[in-house]
Design a protein around this ligand. Structure first.
Ligand code: ADP
Ligand code: MG
Length: 258
């Protein structure tokens, strides 16, 4: 079990996650290549969020090993011994990933622009003027330059989610994690968020997207992974997994979603 040292930005080997007696993830083995857009689909409770949360260390892994950007997550290896990382080291590792949640989680007392500069200024200690300039560029990219001074309550759900994407990008992550980013949106607002994600994919950003939007997966994903009951059941190009799944559970799930 070596560190990637390859094109992989995420390498999970026999990954498991237990919550008490409950095994939420079992034997998850998966490489995600740099530049790849991986879509994860699967029924509710299949471990999709838990897998993303392990990658960005909102959860700790209980079995197997996980590397992100060529570093073992949560541990440092010295000779043949593993040492747990300090909180500061974990915070540094977590900067590799940006995460967008189903609920937008913007700071309600800050404007769109202030939400986007918060991390760069407070965490990365970037000069404010520079952060503001970049934030304006990011808000333009997500189509919200004109809403820079709006507070979250003044924005639609789709606009809030686009601000959340700009906020995550402001930290210059190498990998973006999306956990059902359109599931909480009114149907007419889903498209604008997917359009921003599609543009982001075109820039070459590495993305892991948990979604029920099979049209998006079909069009944008380089690979689709189907999870069920904490395991990867099958994975492959969208044309195979979504059109000709070999596993009955995948087929049942896809016909239920469509
Ligand atoms: P999905 O995102 O695919 O819907 P989750 O990763 O959220 O699934 O959850 C997988 C399983 O793990 C579910 O059965 C869920 O109840 C359980 N689970 C998730 N988080 C916790 C937790 N903090 N404590 C106990 N069980 C949890
Ligand atoms: Mg989930």
């Amino acid at each position: 079990m070596n560190a990637p040292g390859t094109n992989a930005i995420v390498r999970a080997v026999g990954l498991g996650k237990r919550f008490g007696q409950f095994q939420a993830l079992t034997d998850v083995t998966l490489d995600v290549a740099r530049g790849e857009v991986l879509c994860i689909i699967g029924p509710s409770g299949s471990g999709k969020s838990t897998f993303l949360r392990c990658i960005n260390q909102l959860e700790t892994v209980t079995d197997g090993a996980l590397w992100v950007d060529d570093e073992l997550v949560g541990y440092r290896r010295v000779g043949n011994k593993l040492y747990e990382l300090t909180d500061a080291e974990i915070a540094r590792q977590r900067l590799v990933t940006g995460m967008v949640f189903q609920r937008f989680n913007l700071f309600p007392h800050l404007t769109a622009l202030e939400n986007v500069i918060e991390g760069p200024v407070q965490v990365l200690k970037r000069p404010k003027a520079e952060a503001v300039e970049e934030a304006r560029g990011l808000l333009t990219r997500v189509g919200l330059a004109h809403k820079a001074d709006a507070f979250p309550v003044e924005l639609s759900g789709g606009q809030q989610q686009r601000v959340a994407i700009a906020r995550a990008l402001a930290m210059k992550p190498k990998l973006m994690l999306f956990d059902e980013p359109t599931s909480a949106l009114d149907p007419e607002l889903v498209g604008e968020v997917l359009a921003v994600m599609r543009d982001l994919a075109k820039t070459g950003m590495t993305m892991i997207v948990v979604t029920h939007e099979l049209g998006f997966a079909r069009e944008v994903a380089s690979r689709v992974v189907f999870m069920d009951a904490g395991r990867i059941v099958e994975s492959g190009p969208p044309s195979e997994i979504l059109s000709r799944p070999t596993n009955q559970r995948t087929a049942d799930f896809i016909s239920a979603v469509i």
